[in-house]
Design a protein around this ligand. Structure first.
Ligand SMILES: NC(=O)c1ccc[n+]([C@@H]2O[C@H](COP(=O)([O-])OP(=O)(O)OC[C@H]3O[C@@H](n4cnc5c(N)ncnc54)[C@H](O)[C@@H]3O)[C@@H](O)[C@H]2O)c1
Length: 315
């Protein structure tokens, strides 16, 4: 089994480490601070316990999985002997560029170096490294151990074999990797997601509906179809002719601003940061915040359980 190193043990890094260790890989988790690493191991234990309580995996495996994860604050030690290095440090271009040039210098050319950036260009992240052919984007979604999608994104100089080997590894550990053809900011899924958010915020800003109503329109409407009917299949389902007629009428009326909404900027300036401060587009009590997190976890675990059961049936 390939040896994996994960750099950055925060929200995403510890979940990514959990995926690989859960599939039998030896993983080294690297962070600047040992307290973060200890917290990451506690987080993985909690995730695995919650999953086991919900019928995904077994409590008996938790210690076995955790035993596969080593932690260190020394990067060179953490990546020694690694076949894959997954970077999940904070979303700052310069930090990632410096980190990749360091990784490029210490890892043999056979080691694949992957970035979990949410939206940044892989070509830019690799710009200060010599071995750009082995640098690739692997964009996981939060929580990475419950959401199957990983976008595999080549930079302009990434070798096709790097993309293929990365895709194969992610497939083997039970993810649903997709190959993005070109390196563009936001890749595929975040472009789609933020096109929707821009319109949602614009609707609230323009007094067409309040924030809760916008969410109801998604949750009780077209959102119900999305897990089985993506937008491209849906466009073919209704017909390209109807899609054209609708776009011909509606596109000029929907939001196309190339900058963040003034309402969004206003909220941030006022310290209304959402769940973090108890108020964003809506007011949130501590109970409501906890319920939202719980609902999402329960919903995702139900889907994972159903998918696993139907895969077992088909096998
Ligand atoms: N949070 C999300 O929903 C999400 C989803 C997909 C992708 N991402 C991307 O994943 C990456 C990590 O995001 P996160 O939410 O896990 O961040 P986070 O802040 O929770 O964790 C980042 C960790 O990186 C560590 N770190 C910083 N510099 C380091 C260095 N030089 N060496 C080792 N460790 C270092 C920090 O100590 C911290 O623990 C970002 O690029 C982010 O855009 C985040």
């Amino acid at each position: 089994m390939e040896k994996i190193a994960v750099i950055g043990a925060g929200l995403m890094g510890h979940g990514i480490a959990q995926i690989f260790a859960g599939s039998g890989h030896a993983v080294t988790l690297v962070d600047l601070d040992q307290t973060v690493l200890d917290h990451a191991l506690d987080g993985i234990r909690q995730n695995l316990s919650l999953m086991a309580d919900n019928g995904i995996g077994s409590r008996d495996d938790i210690d076995v999985i955790l035993d596969r994860i080593a932690t260190t604050t020394r990067m060179a030690e953490g990546v020694a002997g690694a076949d894959f290095v997954m970077e999940a440090v904070v979303e700052k271009l310069e930090l990632k560029q410096t980190l990749f040039s360091k990784l490029d210098a210490v890892c043999p050319s056979s080691t694949i170096l992957a970035s979990n950036t949410s939206v940044m260009s892989i070509t830019e992240i690799a710009a200060k490294s010599k071995g750009q052919d082995r640098i690739v984007g692997t964009h996981f979604w939060n929580p990475p151990y419950l959401i199957p999608l990983v976008e595999v994104v080549p930079g302009d100089n990434t070798d096709l074999e790097t993309v293929e080997t990365t895709w194969q590894l992610l497939n083997r550990v039970g993810k649903h990797p997709v190959k993005v053809k070109r390196d563009v900011p936001g890749f595929v899924a975040n472009r789609l997601q933020h096109a929707l958010w821009r319109e949602a915020i614009s609707i609230v800003e323009n007094g067409i509906a309040d924030a809760a109503t916008v969410d109801e329109c998604v949750k009780f409407g077209f959102g119900l179809r999305l897990p089985v009917l993506g937008p491209m299949e849906n466009a073919d389902l209704v017909g390209t002719d109807l899609t054209l007629a609708i776009h011909d009428y509606i596109l000029r009326h929907i939001e196309s601003a190339p900058a963040p909404s003034p309402l969004l900027k206003q909220l941030v300036a006022a310290g209304d940061l959402g769940f973090k401060s108890g108020r964003g587009f809506q007011a949130w009590s501590e109970d409501q915040v906890a319920a939202s997190h719980r609902n999402l976890q329960t919903h995702l675990m139900t889907i994972v359980k159903q998918t696993t059961a139907s895969e077992k049936e088909q096998a």
